[in-house]
Ligand binder design. Structure first.
Ligand code: SAH
Length: 258
């Protein structure tokens, strides 16, 4: 009998941020294919019956290539297993989840997708930054910094006037900052780079767009990090900051009562 595949969004790294549905799927899993995000000890506890297969990149080891992961998913499912594919954040946000779903469809394997808490929203939040805020920003765009953007894309982004959230953007930050300023974004636009969200060593580097490349270089910023560009960064608070002060800052930014 053919098994099935459940693609799970694992959230930004803290097991507490898995959904209830994801936890249930892990409990029932025969095989779990996971990226490097999940601590193995947690997985052993959460998926007690499962064969655990690490398909992610680790220093000194090669990741299993995408086609290899798809072949493994299908192979295990065709042999009757309930296969859980555990991915970081949400499976459909720069996660190649769509390709894995297609591979299952092609092989006639039933597949379900369990959405996850994406780092695009949750990691800024972990640093006290709301990606939208009434009167400050009513839109946010999530972009991949995996490859440099084109000039047309810089212009569109700068022209939108909302919050820009960049994933996988540490290496391309210099070209992004330069491109956005060429396209008219003011060098005083606030930027935050949030590294290792929800981990004990989470760190946020704040600077203006004109200075962020130097600031990030001095701080030795490294991946994984989420970059947030826009006025909402001024609302950043530490967990203890009171809501009144936050609202006052928002109201000052918006030029009126919040
Ligand atoms: N599907 C994932 C994103 C995969 S791309 C999601 O929805 O979150 C991988 C990128 O996500 C990293 O390069 C980084 O930009 C971001 N990221 C994921 N987890 C993170 C974390 N805990 N802290 C900071 N950035 C993170």
């Amino acid at each position: 009998m053919t098994g099935r595949v459940t693609l799970i969004g694992g959230g930004p790294g803290d097991p507490d941020l898995l959904t209830v549905r994801a936890v249930r799927a892990l409990e029932q899993a025969d095989v779990v294919l996971y990226d490097r995000l999940a601590p193995r000890s947690e997985l052993e506890r959460m998926a007690p019956r499962a064969l655990l297969v690490d398909v992610g990149k680790r220093p000194g080891h090669h990741a299993v290539p995408q086609e290899g992961i798809e072949a493994l998913l299908v192979e295990h499912a065709l042999s009757g297993a309930h296969v859980v594919r555990l991915k970081g954040g949400d499976p459909y946000v720069f996660g190649r989840g769509g390709e894995e779903v297609l591979a299952c469809h092609r092989a006639g394997v039933p597949v379900e997708v369990v959405p996850g808490v994406t780092s695009a929203i949750s990691v800024p939040a972990a640093a006290g930054i709301p990606v939208t805020h009434r009167g400050v920003s009513h839109l946010f765009t999530v972009v991949s910094g995996h490859a440099p953007l084109t000039d047309a894309e810089h212009e569109h982004l700068a022209g939108l006037g909302g919050t820009i959230v960049v994933l996988m953007g540490v290496n391309t930050l210099p070209s992004l900052a330069a491109g956005l300023m060429r396209s008219g974004l003011t060098p005083t636009t606030p930027v935050a780079v949030v590294e290792r969200g929800f981990r004990a060593d989470q760190r946020t580097t704040h600077a203006e767009l004109g200075d962020i490349v130097i600031a990030a270089g001095l701080a030795g910023v490294s991946s994984p990090a989420v970059i947030v560009i826009g006025e909402v960064v001024r609302l950043a608070h530490d967990g203890a900051a009171d809501a009144v002060a936050l609202m006052e800052r928002a109201s000052a930014l918006a030029g009126g009562p919040a």
